[in-house]
Design a protein around this ligand. Structure first.
Ligand code: PHE
Length: 453
């Protein structure tokens, strides 16, 4: 009997001590206790095992590389960063659950994730209401950061990415008509459909049909047959690699040879396994090009390859940048203990030299950065740089500059001499490049095929 009482007493005191490490709320923020105060606990969540597992794996690896570098250099303000990684299997419901766990159980002081916008949108309200800063490396739908001031991102957003591809279709590929095949359950896909159509129409093009699929569809032939009958100049597929690879294959099987176009969601080594040769004559907008010879990019590519034995995709690069931006903000905030201070420091990020370009967060906590257009090269299972598209008001690096990037531009030129488009740019087609940017400054460097920085 006494034993039972003792056991109950012991359990009660254990439970009580757990309750005591609950966070308090000081200065408008939250103070998660991290890991006893001598480390900084950062939560990472993403799809590690589901349909878009390549997204989560690359993200985890990019963050791991950044954190290893930070810790090897002594950590942040003398504290080492400790990662707690959660798998949400690419499910929005799971994303909510694992972020609740990261905050309430693991007491993380900041969160990095998700990739897919729908999953970030599911979990962001949890972080916002707990006042734990969340930086998404790669979710591009505008609504994600609209959740609140604790939510930010280090990537550009879809109005820019969608219109960049509409410009590429209209100006570079000279397309007059387009069909769109999008995922109706994905905020990312729905947003890009809208932004692409708006810009393409503005440029005088016509979207002849918008067809829909879901991530569970095994077959896209009905939608593709409909598109084939309308014979558009280009087909825009703003989806994720697991469906896109099959879409490409089935389109070619149906005898459709138009250019296929997409966004960052195509970016995965898995895409080439799924789509194979069908991915010839296809273009995407993306965040960086691993081929860019700029030293800051090549150093990252080298370090990543040495660790993970694969060329880093844009997710890995963005994740690396997100972790570095977070560490920089923790330093400026004087620690991660006061979450209100930390989110202010993150939101004040300016001109941070990332692998994916200079990162400055605007008033809506979105990064304003150029996008690159990449051409798919299925024979070598890689993406080849085509051109850079700059946001309004941002001019390209000038051709006269003598820094490393301008050298790298020259190299990029020679890498692209077979492409119809870079030839036309090198011939100085001011009209097309001026309209690409609406900015005569950047048209200058478009002609020299500038790369992102
Ligand atoms: N931008 C995509 C989204 O918001 C995610 C993504 C980014 C996928 C980069 C691949 C590469 O859903």
């Amino acid at each position: 009997m006494t034993r039972i009482f003792l056991a109950i007493g012991l359990i009660t005191s254990i439970l009580f001590s757990f309750a005591c490490v609950q966070k308090g709320g000081e200065g408008g923020g939250a103070t998660n206790t991290g890991d006893g105060g001598d480390t900084i606990k950062v939560g990472v969540y993403g799809d590690m095992t589901g349909q878009t597992a390549s997204f989560g794996q690359s993200t985890k690896n990019g963050i791991q590389l950044a954190v290893d570098e930070i810790n090897a250099a002594g950590g942040v303000n003398g504290k080492k960063i400790v990662l707690v990684v959660e798998d949400d299997q690419g499910q929005p419901q799971q994303a909510t659950t694992v972020v609740q766990k990261l905050i309430n159980q693991d007491k993380v002081q900041a969160i990095l994730g998700e990739v897919a916008s729908t999953n970030s949108l599911a979990a962001a309200p949890v972080a916002q209401s707990a006042k734990i800063p969340m930086i998404t490396p790669s979710s591009t739908n505008p609504k994600v950061t609209e959740v609140g001031d604790y939510i930010s991102r280090v990537c550009f957003i879809d109005p820019f990415q969608g219109s960049a591809m509409a410009k590429f279709a209209a100006n570079t590929l000279k397309a007059k008509t387009a069909a769109i095949l999008g995922d109706v359950n994905s905020d990312y896909s729905k947003g890009l459909t809208q932004f692409f159509e708006e810009e393409f129409t503005r440029l005088g093009g016509r979207v002849v049909t918008k067809e829909a699929y879901t991530q569970n569809d095994p077959d896209f032939k009905a939608q593709l047959t409909k598109i084939r009958n309308l014979n558009p100049d280009v087909i825009y597929v703003p989806g994720y690699y697991s469906q896109v690879g099959i879409v490409a294959r089935q389109a070619r099987e149906l005898g459709m040879n138009q250019p296929l176009m997409g966004g960052d969601g195509w970016d995965s080594p898995e895409l080439f396994k799924l789509g194979g040769a069908a991915l010839k004559n296809a273009y995407i907008s993306n965040h960086y090009s691993a081929d860019n010879p700029a030293p800051e990019i090549q150093n990252f590519v080298k370090a990543y390859k040495a660790k993970f034995n694969v060329v880093p995709d844009s997710l890995a690069a963005l994740a690396y940048d997100a972790a570095k931006v977070l560490a920089d903000a923790i330093k400026r905030a004087g620690g991660a203990g006061d979450s209100a201070k930390l989110k202010d420091a993150i939101n004040a990020t300016k001109e941070f030299a990332g692998v994916t370009g200079k990162i400055t967060l605007d008033a809506s906590r979105n990064a304003v950065k150029p996008a690159v257009v990449l051409e798919l090269n299925p024979a070598e299972s890689k993406f080849t740089f085509k051109e850079t598209i700059y946001p309004e008001g941002m001019s390209a690096p000038t051709a006269t500059s003598t820094d490393a990037n301008s050298n790298s531009m020259m190299n990029m030129n020679s890498m692209n001499t077979n492409s119809m488009n870079s030839n036309s740019m090198m011939n100085g087609n001011m009209n097309s490049s001026t309209s690409m940017n609406g900015n005569p400054n950047s048209s200058m460097s478009m002609n020299s095929n500038s790369v992102n920085r």
